[in-house]
Design a protein around this ligand. Sequence first.
Ligand SMILES: [Zn+2]
Length: 192
Amino acid sequence: MQQVGIEAGTSGIKVLLASFGLFPSVANKLLVSHGVIAPGADGKLAVQERWFALDTWLDVHEAIRKEIGPNALFTLGTRIMENPKFPPWIRDIETALESMDATYHSSHRKNGIVMFDPTTSIMLDGIGHYRPRRAAGAKRIEVVCDTPYQCEVDFGIVTVVAARFEAKARTEHGPGACRRTGASSCTYVVRW
Ligand SMILES: [Zn+2]
């Protein structure tokens, strides 16, 4: 699937560098050939501060799956959301999961425009959503996710955000549809 005109920021790349120390060779080649990482003055590869095509980033994820495995994608998801800047209105697991969609859109651009503007709350469409659903009072939230990212990355992200605001939270993949098997969305079930 081509993500025309959509770009990602470099925060995920930095997490990848910090988490795995070095990139798997195919991911490395992709990032170098697209100029996302380049050798610095000391000869070491460094992340270039710029937006880059989402397709490139998705190709890197596919390379990680092939070279390391799906667990590495889950780990990447958990690390991406380890130290996010949560907005001040976040007070519990429900508002934290609700905030994910805006945080996600803030780290992507469409035709040069950041996809979420916190001053106007305007969100641009094109990269799917994280949609939490909660029955009133239930200690259970379902997060439906239809981003172009791989299931394991989103699973890691939802798991770590839930656990950060509710220590007892347990997240599992809902039964049935999964993007790995061709579905358009995955559902993650958080209970506590
Ligand atoms: Zn899935």
